[in-house]
Ligand binder design. Structure first.
Ligand SMILES: [Zn+2]
Length: 437
């Protein structure tokens, strides 16, 4: 796509239309309340939450896209001055409230930007999202997939959120005399808190700004700011630390729970072993975590699978709003893009999706070459070898997918032309920020 037409989650450069996938800070860097550049397209829920994050924003600049419908835009080519018709569809990304993917089509081809997304198999909401996507794609081959590659590494495997939520409930019920602290962000993990509230028939404490967000989202009776009403408190993640937990335990028995797809480890810091963090590195391997955090990493008893107790007061539960590796793989098999680009490109966690999935795409990317590039970039340390073609050759396609495959084949010539242009011109602009969870 020509430069200067569309930006997704990027705000610095000049474009004619801007698209916001969701309101997490790493997708809004550069966006301010004084924004006047051009209209911003987003979902209805994001538009509702928007003024809370950006007070005094000129709301007439927001354009709401209803999910699952095509919307038309008329843009002007900066180079030729001719009109360019763009169609766009917003599709539920199952990430946090309001989060959507954007599917674009026009004379430039077909582009899909996932934003941050979770691609679970079994929930009703996920099934609806899958249907919407397949219906929208039936006449289109995706030339470039801009992918949430946060966990694009086979090391990252974790259960569906429903399972992880039950693990959190099990931890809470196995500590009947304890206060519970759960570390969360300013948006996201609402379903986890609702699950806890329903399962245990209790209210959940949240901080005042978070309560306002909950009210905007339509949750009026479940959350409270009165500590006397509940023993379960959801606190800002930045305030969650071993020191906090140790301090609270001098007053009342308290445990902390961190819901995250990222592996949490204890990192000794110049003799001070009270600092811990989520290990955000493409060089992560499970063996490293167990060697670093071995003393603290006791699996707690019972049917709690991947739950780790890495400190006497803290549990880590792999509840993630991003797709795990196998879900990313399944998504790419379904979409069958010609090319894939990762949207999380910070140096600490960037993994080029083509390294693992190039052989699933129309573009023939020799994984060996990518492997060498990766080794050079990362010093070759801890890189998990690419999967072999023979394993991927056993993919079984559904009838819909077979039909799509035929469309891909029929459009092969056109697609490859577009792809060459796309590679030359870079396509939709993407965020280059830190990973969020
Ligand atoms: Zn996000």
């Amino acid at each position: 796509m020509e430069k200067g037409l569309i930006s997704v989650d990027r705000w610095a450069e000049g474009s004619q239309a801007y698209f916001l996938t969701h309101l997490h800070a790493d997708h809004t860097q550069g966006l301010t309340s004084t924004w006047t550049k051009a209209p911003i397209f987003c979902s209805r829920v994001t538009a509702k939450l928007f003024p809370f994050k950006f007070p005094n924003f000129k709301l007439s600049l927001l354009r709401v896209l209803d999910l699952g419908s095509w919307h038309s835009l008329s843009l002007v080519s900066p180079s030729t001055g001719s009109k360019i018709a763009v169609q766009v569809m917003a599709i539920d990304a199952h990430h946090c409230p309001g989060a959507v993917m954007f599917l674009f089509r026009g004379e430039f081809g077909c582009l899909l930007n996932t934003g941050d997304f979770r691609w679970e198999k079994n929930s009703e909401r996920a099934k609806l999202g899958r249907e919407t996507l397949l219906n929208a794609l039936k006449d289109n081959a995706v030339d470039v997939l801009y992918l949430d590659n946060t966990y694009c590494n086979p090391s990252y495997e974790f259960p569906p959120r429903e399972v992880a939520a039950q693990q959190v409930v099990d931890i809470i019920t196995s500590h009947p005399e304890h206060d519970i602290i759960i570390g969360i962000d300013t948006l996201g993990k609402e379903d986890l808190l609702l699950h806890i509230s329903n399962a245990l028939n209790i209210k959940i404490w949240v901080w005042p700004e978070r309560l306002q967000t909950m009210h905007l989202l339509g949750f009026h009776d479940i959350f409270t700011t009165k500590t006397s009403l509940t023993r379960v408190r959801a606190v800002p993640r930045y305030s969650f630390s071993i020191e906090t937990l140790e301090g609270l335990n001098t007053m009342r028995p308290t445990i902390g729970i961190i819901p995250s797809g990222l592996p949490w480890v204890v990192k000794p810091l110049e003799g001070d072993d009270k600092f811990f963090y989520s290990l955000l590195s493409s060089r992560y391997s499970r063996s490293k975590v167990s060697s670093k955090g071995g003393k603290q990493n006791d699996k707690i008893k019972g049917n709690l699978g991947s739950v780790k107790r890495f400190h006497r007061y803290i549990y880590s539960v792999q509840y993630s709003d991003h797709s795990c590796y196998l879900e990313i793989e399944e998504f790419i098999k379904l979409v069958q893009p010609t090319n894939v680009k990762g949207i999380v490109s910070s140096s600490s966690c960037y993994v080029d999706p083509l390294y693992y999935f190039g052989c699933l795409c129309g573009v023939n990317q020799p994984s060996q070459r990518l492997h060498h590039q990766h080794q050079k970039k990362e010093g070759g340390d801890g890189v998990v070898p690419a999967r072999t073609n023979s394993k991927l050759g056993r993919v079984s396609y559904t009838e819909v997918e077979k039909k799509r495959q035929r469309v891909v084949d029929l459009l092969g010539v056109h697609k490859s032309k577009v792809s060459v242009l796309r590679r030359a011109r870079r396509g939709v602009k993407l965020a280059e920020n830190e990973c969020s969870d």
